[in-house]
Design a protein around this ligand. Sequence first.
Ligand SMILES: C[S@@+](CC[C@H](N)C(=O)[O-])C[C@H]1O[C@@H](n2cnc3c(N)ncnc32)[C@H](O)[C@@H]1O
Length: 321
Amino acid sequence: MAFRFGLLHNPKTPILAVAVHRTSSTRPSFWVPAGACACGGFAKAQAKFNGSRFATARRRLVIGVGGASFLSLFVGMAGEFGGKRFVASARQKGAVEEVLKNVDWPEQFPFKEEDFQRFDESSDSVFYDAPRFVTHIDDPAIAALTKYYSEVLPPSNTPGVSILDMCSSWVSHYPKGYKQDRIVGMGMNEEELKRNPILTEYIVQDLNVEPKLPFDDNSFDVITNVVSVDYLTKPLDVFKEMSRILKPGGLAIMSFSNRCFFTKAISIWTSTGDADHVMIVGSYFHYAGGFEPPQAVDISPNPGRSDPMYIVFSRKASIEA
Ligand SMILES: C[S@@+](CC[C@H](N)C(=O)[O-])C[C@H]1O[C@@H](n2cnc3c(N)ncnc32)[C@H](O)[C@@H]1O
């Protein structure tokens, strides 16, 4: 349980009661590990970064867990870790937590439009038309996420608390019996959302068509997004909206594993590995603005034996920059 040590001693994650909510694990057959193929966006994103130091970077055809070159663009600049040494350690439990420390972010958002293209560019409403009453990560990963939520979410039934579960479905993985005055689910399939017992209301909205969130400024305490940040093709627009609707100090928790609907995930995601994904999500927070520096937590329950689980979180800055 060494990996939990860091989490429980993180002063930014208040420790509350622990309740574990388990559900059955069944995955759709096209749900595949990310980083299993090559997509054009990766090389182009690299190229965009290419100052003299990286001018000879080449496209990798297959990139496994812990995509090396992409990460080194950032960590090299941070000056804390050097190339291969970091890449080797990035595969070890807990190393992804280092990824967002001391990042010297480039001035401009480093990604281009093509980095957010997918193999399947047909309407998302077609893809999500039929409900999928499945879970997308295995039971130990779900349990780890639920336990994490039990440590960081406001206590159940706290007056005035509002939560948004973005990219929601029939399950949100919050602690069993968790309640607040307002828990809004946003997703693509109404049948799934209708069946989610934790939600007090839901909205069907394609964030890739309409990234504007239909909520007032400063109205949510927490935003969650489970294994879905990789489907956002306009992530900066969505993260700016998240910053707008969060109350000052409000918490945004993005969680993800190493699996995805491959044809619907953005190319920069499917062509890179876990540590890169942490950096990519961290960059969304950074470049959207209005957030504190993002942090990463590795809550993977049994490294190598069950699905990994990573959190990238940030709070809305109390005084907007
Ligand atoms: C892999 S599922 C994860 C669902 C849920 N968060 C969970 O943990 O089981 C991906 C979810 O992302 C949502 N999603 C995908 N594309 C979306 C889009 N363009 N706009 C809004 N939501 C989207 C879908 O509603 C779908 O439920």
